[in-house]
Design a binder for this molecule. Structure first.
Ligand SMILES: Cc1ncc(COP(=O)(O)O)c(C=O)c1O
Length: 307
């Protein structure tokens, strides 16, 4: 058991120790993957003695959208979700970098893989989390042999738990073949995203990312970086991206709550640019870390202090 197993989670409408939040093995979501989730990071700032949550309202807005796609009831407003989250962190006296996992799951003990008329529930827990992937050394990445699930199969827009089998297949294949992460192509052969993060390229000073019709999750980090690029007057193209554009890019990086902003050194054995972190990537990465840790006043509206 870990320390955080003793801290509170939110389960069946109450705060209880994480270790006591257990589900019946007949639970619909366990049997069929009928759940959707979010992932929110909190950054502890030692100087300010505060924990800052990045774009919490946007994360709960997306959770509600996922729920709508999966025909789930969300009994709480965004404000109520936010309040539960702040209470959970305060009750747990969290004073370190934290990852929050809110999720809605079909909690009925029923057979039949369907969405309608199956009871659902909300739960939330927190764990400590450092880097998910290295953000500093440059990642070695491959294009996956697994195709990204499309909107008419399991919608990636919904951040649906069952869809992460697709991610797991690609991630394991990549790791077992000596890479650190995988890039998916979509069912049209265009570049989609990483197994659990969005993807950006830079070509000739233009920041490029696949559009929302390329079977991506509509990432909140992605949206934030596009906004930063706009504010820095970096030209942006949001459009279909070909596989070979990856190979000839000057810069490439992943972006997401887990991965943060992590630059890519190599894709399918082609070194990206000069094999070092690119200038646009570095500027966006530095600014991102300033913002999320509460050190950039211009974007303080994106963060919520816990204390
Ligand atoms: C498949 C996938 N794409 C993209 C992202 C990035 O989204 P966000 O920036 O909202 O965390 C995530 C995870 O967070 C993800 O699981």
């Amino acid at each position: 058991m870990t320390d955080y197993d003793l801290k509170p989670c939110y389960f069946e409408g109450k705060f209880i120790p994480l270790k006591d939040a257990n589900l019946n093995i007949r639970t619909h979501a366990l049997q069929y993957g009928t759940a959707c989730f979010g992932g929110i990071r909190g950054y502890w700032n030692e100087n300010k003695q505060n924990l800052f949550l990045f774009r919490i309202e946007d994360h709960y807005k997306r959770l509600k959208q996922s729920a709508k796609i999966l025909q789930m009831q969300t009994n709480y407003s965004i404000e109520e979700y936010k309040d539960i989250t702040l209470q959970l962190l305060q009750k747990g006296h969290w004073k370190e970098n934290v990852y929050l996992r809110p999720f809605l799951y079909k909690s009925a003990l029923e057979l039949s893989p369907r969405l309608h008329n199956v009871q659902d529930s909300f739960a939330l827990y927190a764990i400590p989390l450092g880097d998910y992937l290295d953000t500093q050394k440059g990642l070695k990445v491959c294009v996956s042999s697994w195709i990204r699930i499309s909107d008419n199969q399991i919608p990636t827009r919904a951040k649906a738990n069952g869809g992460y089998i697709n991610s797991a297949l690609a991630k394991s294949e990549a790791l077992q073949n000596g890479y650190e992460e995988a890039i998916f192509l979509d069912s049209h052969g265009n570049v989609s995203e990483g197994s659990a993060e969005n993807l950006f390229l830079v070509r000739d000073g233009v920041l490029i990312t696949p559009d929302v019709s390329s079977s991506i999750l509509e990432g909140i980090t992605r949206r934030s970086l596009l906004q930063l690029a706009k504010d820095f007057q970096i030209p942006i193209e949001v459009r279909p991206v070909d596989r070979t554009e990856l190979y000839v890019a000057d810069e490439a990086f992943f972006a997401g709550t887990g991965v943060q902003v992590a630059w890519i050194r190599e894709i399918d054995h082609r070194i990206i640019g000069n094999g070092k972190i690119g200038t646009i990537t570095k500027k966006l990465q530095d600014t991102f870390f300033e913002i999320v840790t509460g050190e950039n006043d211009a974007y303080s509206h994106w963060i919520t202090p816990v204390y």
